[in-house]
Design a protein around this ligand. Structure first.
Ligand SMILES: *[C@@H]1O[C@H](CO)[C@@H](O)[C@H](O)[C@H]1NC(C)=O
Ligand SMILES: *[C@@H]1O[C@H](CO)[C@@H](O)[C@H](O)[C@H]1NC(C)=O
Ligand SMILES: *[C@@H]1O[C@H](CO)[C@@H](O)[C@H](O)[C@H]1NC(C)=O
Ligand SMILES: *[C@@H]1O[C@H](CO)[C@@H](O)[C@H](O)[C@H]1NC(C)=O
Ligand SMILES: *[C@@H]1O[C@H](CO)[C@@H](O)[C@H](O)[C@H]1NC(C)=O
Ligand SMILES: *[C@@H]1O[C@H](CO)[C@@H](O)[C@H](O)[C@H]1NC(C)=O
Ligand SMILES: *[C@@H]1O[C@H](CO)[C@@H](O)[C@H](O)[C@H]1NC(C)=O
Ligand SMILES: *[C@@H]1O[C@H](CO)[C@@H](O)[C@H](O)[C@H]1NC(C)=O
Ligand SMILES: *[C@@H]1O[C@H](CO)[C@@H](O)[C@H](O)[C@H]1NC(C)=O
Ligand SMILES: *[C@@H]1O[C@H](CO)[C@@H](O)[C@H](O)[C@H]1NC(C)=O
Ligand SMILES: *[C@@H]1O[C@H](CO)[C@@H](O)[C@H](O)[C@H]1NC(C)=O
Ligand SMILES: *[C@@H]1O[C@H](CO)[C@@H](O)[C@H](O)[C@H]1NC(C)=O
Length: 409
């Protein structure tokens, strides 16, 4: 029987570590996709900024692009990777086209056409597709009076008395920005791939005691591959045990740190939180940054360089020692990662195969040799159990444990 390590699981616990411009949105306002299409960064494609009336105390005649004060963020129709699939997105680096990057998307599961529009009717803000069907409707029957985009990248919808009705920071897609908080129960998820922004198979979920990265294909059990925790839970279940009276909050900072701590809730019954805060430094120096869960499951901290380009300053795989096999799908759904050879195809053409694998016994030595071309059409569904080493890492010490689970690609 072949020994495979296609899905290596590492549970790692690392020790210790607005208000801007507001635009009034008048009744019957419509923004269509028009104007100059700006080139984007990498796979983000090109985008067209949305314009809105500037708040001029009622005399809102002039249209302006919906930008944050310094122009760092803008609301735009994004032509994702030039596919002609448009999304309503917040773009970072809006004043310097070379650095444009989407950091939030209105409804990632619903790409719209180039004939779509953003409208306000009967007080409701809606993104309408070319066929006038609703692709996004955030206000939940509440009347929207104005829209603001602050310098941190948070887009806020306000009602007529200035109350915040909706905030983009509460609805992360695949990116966390400095200052954005992820509280227990919230999550962000990778894009499906670089031409489709719909939710992919990787999620980062704030559990009660940990941020858990997991391979989460639809209607299948979550398979965690990385865990940063307050305290030292050895299983996904213990990461979900609440600290009574407290909620865990993760925050990414302008200094390139990821800080996680318990915050007291109003119902606090204990006088002190269950564990000390956890602060992990991913970079240095204050800068514009983004923390993105990529469609291969890697978590990357990017820093905006003076040249207008994004610089990779931290990759999750650095924690794995750049062992490619530690990312769940490093050889694809049907490929087996081999530490000393190229990716291999699983031989399951004839019958169902159950394979027992030990993490670390079948891994690829470098990124370049990872691609296997497996003919998935001739293969039966795979069911294999991966007996993986779960490592809890604290103060440099790796504590191995065993976990088994099933994966059916
Ligand atoms: C908005 O459009 C509707 C339908 O065309 C119209 O009845 C209504 O008077 C308009 N409202 C304003 C404030 O212009
Ligand atoms: C709007 O009106 C208020 C009160 O009259 C004034 O203080 C403020 O400067 C005005 N804002 C603009 C943008 O004109
Ligand atoms: C906005 O620009 C001003 C002037 O250049 C600068 O002083 C300020 O720090 C900037 N704010 C942010 C949040 O980048
Ligand atoms: C939308 O795309 C179609 C096909 O590419 C094109 O014919 C049409 O003119 C475009 N419409 C707008 C508003 O750009
Ligand atoms: C996003 O689009 C999907 C599919 O069209 C729809 O079911 C869902 O309600 C939309 N979400 C929002 C928030 O409008
Ligand atoms: C606006 O929202 C706030 C909460 O954010 C709420 O208290 C207030 O009643 C709302 N006002 C209106 C006019 O709906
Ligand atoms: C992304 O996924 C979609 C939907 O499965 C697929 O049609 C498209 O070809 C994929 N694109 C890439 C670049 O893999
Ligand atoms: C983005 O678009 C380019 C050009 O159309 C294409 O070659 C590339 O594969 C796309 N990126 C991905 C990974 O889908
Ligand atoms: C660590 O994180 C906590 C919680 O976010 C924060 O209050 C504290 O200032 C951070 N400590 C350091 C040294 O950055
Ligand atoms: C935009 O970025 C380019 C490099 O990509 C840089 O040369 C240029 O100075 C930047 N422009 C602004 C306005 O920051
Ligand atoms: C990994 O690849 C090497 C070199 O191709 C091969 O000798 C070895 O048998 C493979 N290991 C497994 C476990 O398949
Ligand atoms: C594979 O396993 C499934 C579920 O255990 C079973 O329904 C199916 O008949 C099996 N297929 C073969 C070819 O043995």
């Amino acid at each position: 029987m072949k020994t495979v390590g296609v899905l290596a699981v590492l549970l790692v616990s690392l020790a210790s570590v607005a208000s801007g411009r507001v635009y009034t949105i008048p009744e019957n306002w419509t923004a269509t996709i028009q104007g100059r299409e700006l080139p984007g960064f990498g796979s983000s494609g090109s985008y067209i900024l949305v314009s809105a009336p500037r708040d001029l105390n009622g005399s809102s005649g002039e249209q302006e692009f919906l930008l944050s004060d310094n122009g760092t963020f803008g609301l735009a129709f994004l032509n994702f990777n030039g596919t002609g699939n448009y999304y309503l997105s917040l773009v970072m680096g809006a004043t310097n086209a070379t650095a444009g990057a989407p950091i939030w998307t209105a409804n990632r599961s619903k790409a719209v056409s180039n004939e779509s529009r953003l409208t306000k009717t009967a007080g409701q803000l809606k993104l309408l597709n070319g066929d006038l069907t609703t692709a996004w409707s955030p206000s939940d029957d509440q009347t929207i009076a104005s829209i603001g985009l602050d310098e941190t990248g948070n887009m806020v919808l306000y009602n007529s008395s200035g109350g915040a009705v909706w905030e983009s920071f509460d609805h992360p897609t695949d990116v966390l920005l400095p200052g954005q908080r992820l509280v227990t129960g919230q999550r962000f998820a990778s894009n499906l791939n670089s031409s489709t922004m719909s939710e992919g198979v990787f999620t980062a979920t704030m559990e009660a005691r940990a941020i858990v990265l997991a391979f989460s294909p639809p209607s299948q059990e979550q398979q965690p591959y990385f865990l940063w925790s307050l305290g030292l839970p050895s299983t996904i279940d213990s990461a979900r045990v609440r600290c009574p009276g407290y909620v865990a909050v993760l925050q990414y900072t302008t200094g390139g740190a990821v800080n996680m701590a318990y915050e007291r809730s109003s119902a606090a019954t204990t006088s002190s939180p269950c564990n000390a805060p956890l602060n992990v430094s991913l970079g240095s120096g204050n800068s514009k940054r983004q923390l993105r869960l990529e469609s291969d499951g890697n978590l990357i901290s990017y820093k905006l360089h003076e040249t207008g380009n994004w610089e990779t300053e931290f990759l999750l795989t650095q924690f794995f020692g750049h062992r490619a096999c530690d990312l769940p799908l490093s050889c694809g759904s049907y490929g087996l990662c081999n530490q000393t050879g190229p990716c291999e195809c699983m031989d399951n053409r004839a019958t169902n195969i159950t394979t027992v694998a030990e993490s670390g016994t079948c891994e690829s030595p470098n990124w370049a040799s990872r691609l296997a071309t497996c003919d998935t059409s001739t293969r039966a569904p795979i069911e294999f159990r991966l007996r993986s080493r779960i490592a809890s890492k604290r103060a440099g010490r790796i504590v191995p444990a065993l976990l088994s689970f099933t994966m059916v690609p």
